[in-house]
Design a protein around this ligand. Sequence first.
Ligand SMILES: C[S@@+](CC[C@H](N)C(=O)[O-])C[C@H]1O[C@@H](n2cnc3c(N)ncnc32)[C@H](O)[C@@H]1O
Length: 324
Amino acid sequence: MSRPGDPTGEYRHAQPESPLVSGPPALDRHDRVHQPGRAAPEPATAPAMATTTAPATTTVPATTTTTTTTTTTTATARARARTSGEAAWRALVAAASAPYRPSGRHAFHFARNKLGGDPVFRHVLERGLIAPRAGILDLGSGQGLLASLLRAAGRAAHEGRWPAEWGAPPVDARVTGIELMAHDVARAETALGPDATFICGDMREAEFPPADVVVIFDALHYISAAEQEHVLERVRGALGPGGVLLLRVGDTAARRRFAFGQWVDRITMAVRGGGFGRLTGRPVAGWRDSLVRLGFSVDAYPMSGRPPFANLLLVGRIAPELAR
Ligand SMILES: C[S@@+](CC[C@H](N)C(=O)[O-])C[C@H]1O[C@@H](n2cnc3c(N)ncnc32)[C@H](O)[C@@H]1O
């Protein structure tokens, strides 16, 4: 079966790890409906990428005198086949971190360590969870690491540097971030310039633009359970048919690891000047129930790095035929 963002199956990769919980079967992007007025992500294909990579096509005449054979191959496809996942990932982390240098050592090292050490970012790219040309709303966007990574990924893919075993590259992604802390917004704007939009605001009140993918990584637990529900309802309203929610949360059912994660979170936010109050978690079943009630089918994956927190990535999908 093709993967999200990979209807041709061209960017096929290894079988995904088993989800912890899962809703109805994952949707096939063949079914996605284009909505007027909203950018519909289109499938990435090697030829589309090859248009920016010259020479795209190499014709190699056969050397034999008895038969005339022509071998046609694309330079882009060969470059992709040569690009190993490890090398590609290291290059992406470097490319996505470098734009933070002008904001100082801390911003740069934070970017490099977070992107390099937190498995969720690589997972999103490897699994092709953000389709080409998607409009993305990133709630609690911090210093804009996801936007920087997606920009680096798009550039790498356009240059033919994309591992064959990864999902479809998120070329030409358009990111809008909403972030509470002004200094994070300033860093994001310095790093991304006109390539993304960042709004300094509170996700509990800010208006959400229409989106193909909504991302909330490690930000929903700062608000109360009732506020979480309200934000998720508005996220559902912002997503069109075939829309995707990528939500990383802690699982309170994993008690000690969850408590440890909360403790680290409090210290980190205090150091960064956030000082948020009570943190609100739920067991994975509670998160799933809320999303299913809103019409998402849900897959959940363990998504902790080291140290092993109780983090989960919930991938919620709206069926293509459902209206907003
Ligand atoms: C742990 S950081 C994660 C940042 C980013 N998602 C990432 O993965 O790099 C959580 C972010 O959520 C932001 N945040 C917390 N409450 C928020 C709210 N109500 N509205 C917008 N942003 C919020 C914090 O300021 C912080 O930057």
